[in-house]
Design a protein around this ligand. Sequence first.
Ligand SMILES: CC(C)(COP(=O)(O)OP(=O)(O)OC[C@H]1O[C@@H](n2cnc3c(N)ncnc32)[C@H](O)[C@@H]1OP(=O)(O)O)[C@@H](O)C(=O)NCCC(=O)NCCS
Length: 187
Amino acid sequence: MENSSGVYAVTDRLVIRQFGLHDVQSFYQYRANPDVSRFQSWEDYTYEDAEAFVQKQMMQSHDQPGTWFQYAIALAESNQIIGDCAIHTLGAEPRIVELGFTLAPEYQGKAYMHEALYSVLDYVFGSLNKHKMIAFTDVRNEKSIRVLERLGMRREGHLLQNYMSKGKWVDEYQYAMLQSEWLTKRH
Ligand SMILES: CC(C)(COP(=O)(O)OP(=O)(O)OC[C@H]1O[C@@H](n2cnc3c(N)ncnc32)[C@H](O)[C@@H]1OP(=O)(O)O)[C@@H](O)C(=O)NCCC(=O)NCCS
């Protein structure tokens, strides 16, 4: 549950918290990196895009049906943002949420995202009491696939030409986890 300082979860090394204006520069730097955006919807990301995005997130409430909410992932010892994850509460069925995630390149390969998402799954299935979490990934995005499978998410489908990315239709895998599966895994 969020506390008064905008913190949603704390792990050994990380804090999952609301975005602040102090995050804009670092957020811009990793979002604008072509290696980071390769399998994502955005390209040519500008500082102004980052600033507007962060300002919007600061005004928004989490878990509103039909909207995405972006959580900053920060180092516990310095509060430095290293990435983010986002939860989309489906408009037609708010007991199902979709997950997205991004890590700055210099912080990859250290299991930070695994640690962050493990606590996010606890939060989603515990505090938010959601029924199911889904995630879509470009079938070529091997790092993302490994993150999802390491968490124990199941591949539910191979969706042909499901997403327009950088002017081309791409295949996606859909991954999922049920609340009951997470509770079994946790105990
Ligand atoms: C997807 C993304 C977050 C994965 O980042 P990542 O650093 O590989 O993920 P983690 O932080 O969980 O680290 C896992 C890696 O750390 C390694 N690692 C180091 N110590 C570890 C530990 N104690 N436990 C587990 N893994 C550990 C793992 O071996 C793993 O590397 P591998 O996949 O090559 O085996 C990152 O590539 C990214 O931001 N990509 C751009 C955005 C994107 O495409 N997002 C996905 C949208 S669906």
